[in-house]
Design a protein around this ligand. Structure first.
Ligand SMILES: CC(C)(COP(=O)(O)OP(=O)(O)OC[C@H]1O[C@@H](n2cnc3c(N)ncnc32)[C@H](O)[C@@H]1OP(=O)(O)O)[C@@H](O)C(=O)NCCC(=O)NCCSC(=O)C(=O)O
Length: 404
């Protein structure tokens, strides 16, 4: 019997149907993370404009590459949600759905007669995840939001960069990515709650909040001690040596000594064991006050050796070091290769497309990238038929421009 069950349940989230009407990155990434583990994700796009992420970043042969990653494992349906007919089609899709992911500004779903209360009335088991910049309540609720604004408002940018330089934004959608992870987590929590209560619910996820979790104890330290984190470049206020250092052959290497044991091994390795006996060496925070001296010791030692020699010596000493990679190194790296991190996914439009694999390995119900982002409206007929519309109804909606 056990054997039979294991054969049938191959994917962790099979049987979970997700309707993703969100755009750009935070909401769609959350839906992608569910699709990676077997949820049936139906991505809804505007019939004429498509998702804006199709046009973001690099394109090959006119095909957006980010889209290929973001919409992997999803089926795509084009529905104009601003039309009454389109709203009816969405309601039909939601009748059998477990999860709705949306990221319109508060008020937009309501304006489209798709208020969460009415969706829950029709399907009380639905989990509705609302991703916004600032949340559903409060003075900024109605404002358009981007991850960039969250990186600014959370305190992240104020503590990032060189001490004498400007506040620094990351060159990627960092707060969106963090919000996406939180959103996927929130949905799993709500699905688990539904097992207890039998009811779905609304999740209010503001992009400005999950990044605070990553920022750690900054609020706690401020309230307790008045500490305001300052920009420290590559240094950390929590430990030292912690920096990037240049080897003799011109490569950059990153060292961290968050653990006391590692800090001690590093100083023995670089020939400065006496520093370990300094009273200030006994904690990361007090080591950080001596970053100048510690960086000079480690940086000087590394500068006299080639990177390969440095890495081998750190490994031998069981100290922590990593080369600073760019993506060309990532796709070539034996560790990532051993993990199967980089994947080639067959694709009708591009032949094949490389991307990062699912985020972690599971021994019994592993995730899988089954296909890359589909064409606009590729699965409209199939998905609407499953929702109970016949071919004539679909053709009529297509003629009106409601679906594509
Ligand atoms: C992304 C936004 C700033 C876009 O703001 P607005 O353009 O004012 O849109 P609204 O939310 O009010 O939604 C209405 C618009 O949705 C568009 N839209 C999208 N899909 C559809 C479909 N399927 N049907 C009809 N309309 C659609 C359409 O253009 C509507 O405009 P009309 O036709 O005029 O009605 C906002 O949605 C927002 O703050 N979202 C929450 C935070 C978020 O997820 N931000 C992006 C993260 S990515 C990021 O940070 C980054 O890229 O950087």
């Amino acid at each position: 019997m056990m054997h039979l069950i294991r054969c049938i349940v191959v994917e962790a989230l099979s049987g979970i149907k997700v309707v993703d009407i969100s755009t750009l990155f935070a909401g769609p990434t959350a839906a992608m993370l569910l699709g990676d583990f077997g949820a049936d994700v139906v991505k809804v796009e505007h019939p004429r404009r498509g998702d804006p992420s199709r046009g973001h970043g690099h394109a090959k042969d006119g095909v957006g590459l980010w889209w290929k990653v973001l919409s992997r494992n999803k089926r795509t349906v084009a529905i104009d949600l601003s039309s009454e007919d389109g709203q009816g089609v969405l309601r039909a899709l939601l009748a059998e759905a477990d999860v709705l992911v949306e990221n319109f500004r508060p008020g937009t779903l309501e304006r489209w007669n798709l208020a969460p209360e009415s969706l829950l009335e029709a399907n009380p088991r639905l989990v509705i995840s609302r991703v916004t910049g600032f949340g559903q309540i409060g003075p900024m609720a109605g404002e358009p939001g981007f991850g960039t604004l969250a990186e600014a408002m959370s305190g992240f940018a104020s503590m990032t960069g060189e001490p004498d330089g400007p506040p620094t934004l990351p060159p990627l959608a960092l707060a969106d990515g963090i919000a996406a992870l939180a959103c996927a987590y929130a949905i799993m929590v709500a699905l688990r709650a539904r097992e207890n209560t039998g009811r779905g619910q609304v999740v209010d996820l503001a992009i400005i909040e999950p990044i605070l979790t990553v920022l750690g104890p900054q609020i706690t330290a401020f309230q307790a001690l008045g500490v305001i984190p300052q920009r420290t470049g590559n240094r950390s206020s929590n430990n030292s040596p912690r920096n990037t250092y240049r080897s003799r052959d011109g490569r950059w290497l990153a060292v961290s000594t968050s653990a006391q044991s590692i800090a001690e091994r590093v100083m023995h390795l670089v020939g400065r064991p006496e520093l370990v006996d300094e009273p200030w060496f006994s904690s990361g925070r007090t080591r950080a006050e001596h970053a100048e001296e510690l960086d000079a010791a480690v940086g000087g030692w590394i500068a006299e050796r080639d990177a390969e020699e440095v890495i081998a010596a750190f490994s031998e000493a069981q100290a922590a070091i990593a080369p600073v990679y760019d993506v060309s190194d990532v796709v070539d790296d034996p560790q990532f290769r051993a993990l199967g991190t980089v994947l080639e996914v067959p694709d009708e439009e591009l032949g094949s497309v490389a991307m990062q694999n699912v985020m972690f390995r599971m021994s019994d119900t592993p995730g899988e990238v089954r296909w890359a982002g589909p064409r606009l409206g590729e699965h409209t007929d199939e998905v609407l038929a499953e929702a109970g519309l016949d071919a004539e109804q679909i053709a009529a909606l297509r003629d009106k421009g409601v679906v594509g």
